[in-house]
Design a protein around this ligand. Sequence first.
Ligand SMILES: Cc1cc2nc3c(=O)[nH]c(=O)nc-3n(C[C@H](O)[C@H](O)[C@H](O)COP(=O)(O)O)c2cc1C
Length: 400
Amino acid sequence: MDSFFSGKKIILGVTGGIAAYKSCLLARLLVKLGAEVRVIMTPSALEFVTPLTFSTLTGNEVIVNIFPETQKNGVSLKTWHIEYALWADLMIIAPLTVNSLAKIVHGFADNALTTVVAALRCPLVAAPAADVDMYNNKVTQENLKILKAMAYIVEPEEGFLASGLSGLGRMAEPEKILEASELVLAGFSKDLEGKNILVTAGPTYEDIDPVRFIGNRSSGKMGFQIAKAASLRGARVTLVSGPTAETAYPGIKQLKVRSAAEMKKAVDKNLSESDILVMAAAVADYRPESVAAKKIKKEENIKSIELTKTEDILGSIEKGDKKIVGFALETDNEFGNAKDKLTRKKLDMIVLNSLKDKSAGFEFDTNKVTIITKEGKIKEYPLMSKFLTANYILSEISEL
Ligand SMILES: Cc1cc2nc3c(=O)[nH]c(=O)nc-3n(C[C@H](O)[C@H](O)[C@H](O)COP(=O)(O)O)c2cc1C
């Protein structure tokens, strides 16, 4: 499958902050993923990194002056700023200084970067970065409120700052800016701000003895991507995960569990504060009747393990006006079984993924799902990354 960024036209705006060095990595990542990247720098940005770095990384000339002396990238000099603005599918400004922020939100167009922003038709992603006091400054905060209506803001992080101070203001890491850019390019926004989402992910392990368990092949990838997508879309996310190699996205509250019983406990404890519950975990239906205290020996010649049903997580919850979304992974009569689960478990929506689909289901980074709502809406999605699948699932939930 082609990278999502393949062939995408992106303007990377770089302003004069110390985090400008991280934008070199961002440019590199975008190019590696197949995007065409043109960089515009403010004159102050030249104090931190050179145009040569960006032109080498992107293969394109870098614009600094509003009135360039030579033709750039085959674009006529007459109104290059308009042509650039019309050319782009997306503009990213990283880092965005408090100075450029102030100018942009008040419509200034006094250098190459601010002029292109003023003419922009495509979406804008901005990653502000500043020292903690500059960032918390009342005027900066007011300006950020205006920017919110104009751009997707990749919030800065807390930590050690170049000034030696510590606090909020570090530019988000390039990977996070990249993910936000994918989200915005795909047409999504921070539409889940103010929502609390509880997501379950991964397999459960049901112990047989101190060294063995009954598990399943769920990798947790789908649930982790739903949690990440919800977080990038502004939701407060709690992720209850079974044993998995996946890492939770920064800012997500992760609760690690092992068995179906532990998962149920964690869901019960966190459900009351949630608006939405997405049950992407592959929860065991059965567990051993009892767990052997010592490792079962070969010589014991056991013929079978007595099993008992695990408790149904959705069976006893107080649903209220929460939206409850389940997942089904079936090997036969997929559609019928998924619809049956939707009704039986009183779900608002079920996401069906089939093991028969190539590159979909357990372990893959891609998925191909069909969404069925309790009102009878059925929507089939093509094969795509689990991140994009997650976003479409979240949009369907918003429409419920
Ligand atoms: C070493 C150094 C680091 C700076 N880092 C930042 C920064 O991270 N964020 C910021 O808003 N300003 C920072 N500044 C101040 C800006 O460079 C200054 O406000 C400049 O006018 C910004 O211009 P521009 O927005 O046109 O790029 C820094 C200045 C210096 C000397």
